[in-house]
Design a protein around this ligand. Structure first.
Ligand code: C5P
Length: 225
């Protein structure tokens, strides 16, 4: 029987992690889990309940009574919160601006990590986020740390936004991405950082296909081990 592995993909904002993770999962027939979507789901619910994102205890209680379902869809992954599809809403600028503040709280992270481990149990997964290789799946057979220059990441997000009919300024995107990276890297609990045993891939001058192929090759090697 073929060995089933767990793949952790971490890296800064807008590095193309989810696109690549989705492609890899599809190719291997694995489950794709976008952990950023889970933090975004909580941030979205907190905003709609007017909960202060600096209040870790309230956010923890809110998460305790929240059901987050990630379900495979044509477009990748639908995010259902308490039975309502919020796939689009969690990508809003407002949620993007608040999500890192929601993700700093240890109580919130503990619960999220628990949920994420449950989702990964007993199955082949490709999980992307900030702390997957370091905290969520420290025993993942393959760990990738994917990065790219901030200019390149802002440009990619800009093009993606245009395709979705959203107008954003390149400079604003660059500032937003840099600020989110700073907050995610400087937080106390499970900050964004490369796991010691992760493979670093700088995608600045690479095409999506090149990155996907490199990761598929690494995955095949680990599966055959
Ligand atoms: O991946 P995405 O950019 O959608 O993640 C949104 C935010 O969620 C990140 O900027 C970070 O603050 C938080 N996050 C996290 N840990 C993860 C995934 C995301 O703290 N594993």
């Amino acid at each position: 029987m073929t060995r089933v592995i767990k793949i952790a993909i971490d890296g800064p904002a807008a590095a193309g992690k989810s696109t690549i993770a989705k492609m890899t999962a599809e190719k291997l027939g694995y489950t794709y889990i976008d952990t950023g979507a889970m933090y975004r789901a909580l941030a979205h619910k907190a905003i709609s309940h007017s909960i202060d994102t600096s209040n870790g205890e309230e956010l923890h209680s809110l998460l305790m009574e929240t059901e987050i379902v990630l379900s495979p869809s044509k477009a990748g992954q639908a995010v259902i919160v308490d039975g309502v599809d919020v796939t689009k809403e969690i990508r809003s600028q407002q949620v993007t601006a608040q999500v890192s503040a929601v993700a700093v709280h240890s109580g919130v992270r503990e619960l999220m990590v628990e949920k994420q481990r449950q989702l990964a149990e007993g199955t082949g997964v490709v999980m992307d986020g900030r702390d997957i290789g370091t905290a969520v799946l420290p025993n993942a057979e393959l760990k990738i740390f994917m990065t790219a220059s901030v200019e390149e990441r802002a440009l990619r997000r800009h093009i993606e936004n245009i395709q979705h009919g959203i107008t954003t300024s390149l400079d604003e995107l660059k500032a937003e991405i840099s600020e989110r990276d700073r907050a995610d890297s400087e937080r106390e609990v499970s900050p964004l950082c490369q796991a010691q045993d992760a493979v670093l891939i700088d995608t600045t001058s690479m095409s999506i296909e090149e990155v996907a192929n490199q990761i598929s090759e690494l995955a095949e090697k680990r599966i055959r081990l």
